[in-house]
Ligand binder design. Structure first.
Ligand code: BGC
Length: 416
């Protein structure tokens, strides 16, 4: 009996210790599709295990445009959440407003500088101080395929070039299938567009045109060829594409109705959540012509300055959980991405993820590693928005000529 009392006393003391530090984390994110929600739930579980309360601030909308609008209004009204899913140069913009906290003490004690590739660590810092924590590395330049659809159409292998892609797309069409599942937001158009630019022009051209926004590259013959290829892809999409969410496009592959989707590896999260197996039910390959390149997209959370001590502790525990090897593994197994920590074991991951990890390391050495523009990793948000609109206008309106589109994109690139 005395033993039980003692156990109960210890448990009560422990609970009190947890409670003394227990706080609330309000986390803004846009992970609302099947695979995304399963991944986000892992973070919630970890925070709850540490005794904190998780307040879910999910704003639906792939790519996060709606979430960013909501976040701005919350911060302007002086009531920021603890953390928000923000990435790339937008991190610097938020930090320059003076609203983010300094996570250096935690980063130092957990050796984040050693755990993260420098290209990632630099993006997480503002003026040398950590203001954000990264969760993963998504690869954007993927092409996904439905094994059933390919089999029905007699397509034997994943296309390695754009010519092979169009030949396969013709076979899918002839078999009465939708060759390309596409959706209807400008970030989906640009996800396809940047893979085409990378495949047609290679990594150096991609950097010049879409990252450095060099006028000569933007108005070059290679850009012309990219736009022509991009427009040709549209002829293989179905009339239901406008307005469609990306995960519903993935569902068309899962159901065997469509052959291909050009999308980042969050699409794999959807296949996995639907119980499908890579290499069997669905296939992954680098987008045509991009085998030696890697467009990276690192999801991360910016951490806001908070006043309340318990909330600060909860926020620090959140950042620590995000960076922990255990979380990096379980989250990324669900999300379709790979861990961002260097040297993390890939044993439990599938072949698509293993290929991604290898290509991430190889392209970092070869120069083929480039930031995704479609996913906010490369250029200032205002410029990115203007270019995306010009590209989507071209995609949506067949009356806009390639020459006009080139001019419009080059003009949009000057937006500050
Ligand atoms: C994000 C992913 C997300 C996808 C669709 C991308 O920009 O990086 O985490 O799954 O958008 O919403």
């Amino acid at each position: 009996m005395w033993k039980l009392t003692k156990v109960a006393a210890v448990a009560a003391a422990l609970a009190a210790a947890v409670a003394a530090h227990a706080g609330e984390v309000e986390v803004l994110h846009y992970w609302t599709s099947g695979g995304e929600a399963k991944s986000a739930a892992e973070l919630k579980k970890m925070m709850q295990a540490k005794g904190h309360t998780w307040r879910d601030f999910a704003v639906a909308g792939g790519g996060g445009d709606s979430a960013m609008t909501v976040l701005k209004s919350r911060v302007i009204s002086g009531n920021p959440p603890s953390a928000a899913q923000v990435k790339g140069p937008a991190i610097q913009e938020w930090a320059s407003e003076g609203v983010l906290g300094n996570m250096d003490a935690l980063a130092k004690s957990e050796k984040w500088d050693e755990a993260l590739p420098k290209v990632v660590a630099d993006v997480m810092k503002y003026k040398g101080n950590y203001v954000a924590a990264p969760v993963n590395v998504h690869r954007v330049n993927w092409i996904w395929a439905s094994s059933d659809a390919l089999k029905k159409a007699g397509v034997a292998a994943m296309p390695k070039t754009w010519d092979e892609f169009f030949a396969a797309a013709d076979k899918l069409k002839a078999a009465g299938l939708i060759p390309v599942a596409h959706g209807g937001q400008n970030w989906q158009d640009f996800t396809t567009f940047e893979s085409v630019v990378l495949g047609v022009g290679g990594p150096k051209f991609y950097q010049d045109a879409l990252v450095k926004l060099d006028d000569k590259a933007l108005t070059s013959d290679t850009m012309k060829k990219s736009l022509e290829t991009f427009r040709r892809i549209k002829t293989y999409t179905d009339p239901g594409a406008p307005g469609r969410d990306w995960n519903l496009a993935t569902a068309m592959l899962i159901q065997g109705k469509a052959g291909f989707q050009l999308m980042g590896d969050w699409a794999k999260g959807e296949f996995i959540a639907a119980g499908k197996a890579p290499g069997k039910d669905f296939m992954c390959a680098a987008a045509p012509g991009t085998a030696n390149a890697f467009t990276f997209n690192v999801d991360s959370f910016i951490l806001f300055k908070l006043k309340d001590a318990a909330a600060q502790k909860a926020q620090s525990d959140l950042a620590s959980a995000i960076m922990s090897p255990g979380f990096q593994e379980v989250f990324n197994l669900n999300k379709g991405s790979i861990p961002v920590r260097a040297g993390q074991s890939m044993d439990k991951f599938d072949d698509c993820a293993k290929a991604s990890a290898k290509d991430f390391a190889d392209t970092a050495k070869s120069g083929g590693l480039v930031p995704s523009v479609a996913h906010g990793m490369a250029i200032a948000p205002a410029t990115e928005g203007a270019i995306k609109d010009a590209v989507s206008q071209f995609w949506n309106d067949d009356k806009v000529s390639v020459a006009d589109a080139m001019k419009k994109i080059a003009t949009a690139a000057k937006t500050k």
